[in-house]
Design a binder for this molecule. Structure first.
Ligand code: XIL
Length: 339
């Protein structure tokens, strides 16, 4: 109470989103989402394994709860994610007797058919609410810059080549109205080899007439790396290579460090580090705003440090804007009051 709304503070530039997760949309956590964010993405509830764990058996309740929460508050929705090598059940890549498929024309046809059926079922299910959606992550993390062709050796790739990407975007485009933009989403997009691969991937898709509207930069980053200047260069390089392409920050959080100071518990993280994180959030958001519309949405991968995918393991992190007691941190103030 009394705090300015984070999303309202950025309303002149872009919507500010966060994740919804099952159990995290009620009570004070739900109030935090309602007050400070105007865009929502399901943390896990719209992934393949959440929606179709068994062939042809769909489970919608948790995803529907996310949509209902957003709609009741007039929040926009990002869909996440139709095709990914993680959180996809093993059966997708198995034959009728449960054996792993091996590459063949028949295996490729079967996997692509399953992909089309899944995407069709998902998008038909959410069709009554499509007016609330503005973006959908169609393909997630298909790049591996260590491979000569830039493609991650996922089951998708091993069984279909790059066709699973084109098929996903074409299927989604045929089912979604034009206001729902279609994204390729990935992490570490500032890394030089990865960015080169991203350029190559999008250029190839464009050359093949694949309907991609945008690039999602996950922005799971660390204190000090990549610098805001490097982020700005990355965004501008893609904007100039692909005029009119949308770019969004889709999953931002900031780790203290992969190899720097180690704090075993949350309480060990000193105020000076919270302040450093605050300056970092301020500087990134200054950059996002200065990019003048090239970044058209920013989503933060959580609300408060009480729920973050980075908290597993022995290293304490403080990657979000509110603390474990849901109090605003310097990270919040760095965005809302960057002066
Ligand atoms: C993460 C969730 O936050 C975790 O709860 C889950 O266990 C694994 O997935 N890139 C993505 C997100 O695109 O979907 C991931 O979310 C984080 C990395």
């Amino acid at each position: 109470p009394g705090l300015p709304s984070l999303a309202q503070s950025q309303a002149a530039w872009f919507p500010v989103g966060t994740i919804g997760y099952t159990g995290g949309l009620s009570g004070v956590q739900g109030d935090l989402v309602t007050k400070h964010f105007n865009s929502l993405v399901a943390e896990n509830e719209m992934k393949w394994s959440a929606l179709q764990a068994q062939p042809g058996v769909f489970t919608w309740a948790n995803a529907d709860a996310q949509v209902a929460f957003a709609k009741a508050r007039g929040m926009k929705l990002r869909g996440h994610t139709l095709v990914w090598h993680e959180q996809v059940p093993a059966w997708v890549f198995q034959d009728a007797s449960g054996q792993p498929l091996t590459p063949s024309p028949a295996a490729k046809a079967l996997v692509l058919q399953r992909e089309v059926e899944h995407i069709t079922a998902v998008l038909n299910h959410f069709a009554p609410h499509v007016g609330s959606f503005y973006a959908w992550d169609v393909a997630n993390e298909v790049i591996d810059p260590a491979q000569p062709d830039c493609m991650r050796r996922s089951n998708w790739y091993l069984l279909t080549g790059t066709d699973f990407i084109d098929t996903a975007f074409r299927t989604a485009r045929a089912l979604l109205p034009a206001h729902v933009k279609l994204y390729y989403n990935d992490y570490s997009t500032t890394d030089v080899p990865k960015l080169a691969c991203l350029h190559k991937l999008v250029a190839g898709m464009k050359a093949r007439g694949v309907p991609i509207d945008g690039i999602g930069h996950q922005m799971h980053i660390s204190l000090g790396y990549p610098t805001p200047v490097v982020v700005g260069h990355m965004v501008r390089s893609l904007a100039s290579a692909f005029p009119g392409i949308s770019q969004q920050v889709t999953e931002m959080d900031i780790k203290i460090s992969d190899n720097g100071p180690f704090y075993a518990t949350y309480e060990d993280i000193p105020p000076a580090v919270h302040a450093q994180l605050g300056y970092a959030w301020r500087n990134y958001f200054n950059t996002f705003r200065q990019l003048g519309g090239l970044i058209d949405s920013v989503t933060i991968w959580g609300q408060a440090d009480n729920h973050t995918w980075l908290s597993s393991g022995s290293r304490a992190e403080a990657p979000l804007l509110f603390d474990t007691a849901l109090k605003a941190k310097p990270a919040y103030w760095g965005i809302v009051d960057p002066s």
